[in-house]
Design a protein around this ligand. Structure first.
Ligand code: ATP
Length: 326
């Protein structure tokens, strides 16, 4: 028999967008070197963890599934329809296993995920859930691991996991896991256009390799001016500099994105860009009221499934309930 033990710990964790995403050459390990500027937006998943002990002897957790150790989606979402795996490949579960290995514990926990970040939308929803799980488990298990220790485990779990813990605005290098905070005291206003389908991140990188092998694909500029624009808080300056090397590949795989990008600017946004590997598109606006207007117009233009108004930067993963230390 399986049962939950003790109160859950709940963590809120933000989506990310890339204000700048420069993709280098394919490395021998199959990854690309990236130079990216992440910003965390106020679109949040919530991750709850609760101890789920077996009534029998406490052996290693070899099976995850209904009722016992494992992952479930909370709220009115069908995991299969949403494309979220509830097996050991779920990034949140992989984070639990990685942290368990780090500290010598079995991941005998049940993880509940309330999703608001689009799945396979280029906003790192899976990575956010992994980051949320790390912080929630560190809290549940009362680990003396510190943010730095968690960041190291996060970087091993996935490229964007460390940023979801970190939040704010940050410069990412390597696969995106080496982070340096970027000075950003100003709020930027965004409209996020979500599609009714996802794009596979590895497939989009593969398409970029293919496009680059076939012709000279224009690359985005240097990152320094982007950092200056973020520091200045000037939305108009930043709008001119938004750039994503993956955009050509995402648009090649999903040509309808061209229409979405045009429609956002026609609706009054300063600029639009594909977020990460897409297909989500993000539009920078001068202020909050303009973002609301742009969102309304974009929603009626038939170029996306739905829209969200968002702002950033916001802090990274944060415990919102069940911290035994509070
Ligand atoms: P990124 O921007 O980091 O490349 P993404 O936002 O495009 O990622 P995710 O939502 O993170 O995409 O999901 C990508 C794939 O990962 C999904 O299609 C799904 O199969 C798998 N996945 C594993 N764990 C999760 C999770 N917790 N939430 C969503 N997807 C997950």
């Amino acid at each position: 028999m399986l049962s939950a033990v003790g109160p859950p710990v709940t963590v809120r964790v933000p989506a990310k967008v890339n204000l700048h995403l420069a993709v280098g050459e394919l490395r021998p390990d199959g990854f690309h070197d990236l130079v990216t500027v992440f910003q965390a937006l106020n679109l949040f998943d919530e991750v709850s963890v609760v101890a789920a002990h077996t009534a029998q002897s406490r052996g290693p957790v070899t099976h995850i599934g209904p009722g016992g150790p494992g992952v479930e989606l909370l709220g009115d979402v069908d995991a299969e329809a949403a494309g979220v795996p509830l097996d050991a490949t779920n990034l949140a579960w992989r984070a639990a296993v990685a942290l368990g290995e780090e500290v010598g514990r079995e991941p005998d926990v049940r993880i509940g995920i309330r999703k608001a970040i689009p799945v396979a939308g280029g906003m790192a929803g899976g990575s956010a859930d992994a980051a949320g799980t790390l912080l929630a488990l560190a809290t549940l298990w009362r680990l003396d691991i510190g943010r730095e220790g968690l960041m190291e485990v996060a970087a091993r779990v996935g490229s964007d996991v460390a940023f979801a813990l970190h939040g704010g605005t940050a410069l990412g290098t390597g696969r995106g896991e080496n982070l340096v905070p970027v000075l950003s005291r100003h709020t930027f206003h965004w409209v996020v256009a979500l599609q009714d389908h996802g794009l596979s991140t590895p497939a989009v990188f593969g398409e970029l390799d293919r496009l680059r092998a076939a012709s000279d694909v224009k690359r985005i500029g240097d990152v320094e001016p982007v950092l200056e624009a973020v520091a200045s808080g000037e939305a108009r300056s930043l709008a001119l500099l938004l750039g994503n090397d993956l955009q050509a590949a995402a648009v090649s795989m999903d040509p309808g994105l061209r229409r979405t990008l045009r429609a956002g600017v026609a609706a009054g946004a300063l600029a639009g860009v594909v977020s990460g590997s897409g297909p989500t598109c993000i539009f920078l606006c001068t202020d909050g009221p303009t973002a609301v207007r742009v969102a309304a117009e974009l929603a009626g233009a038939g170029v996306c499934r739905t829209v969200r108004v968002a702002h950033g930067p916001v802090p990274g993963a944060k415990v919102i309930d069940g911290d035994p230390a509070r």
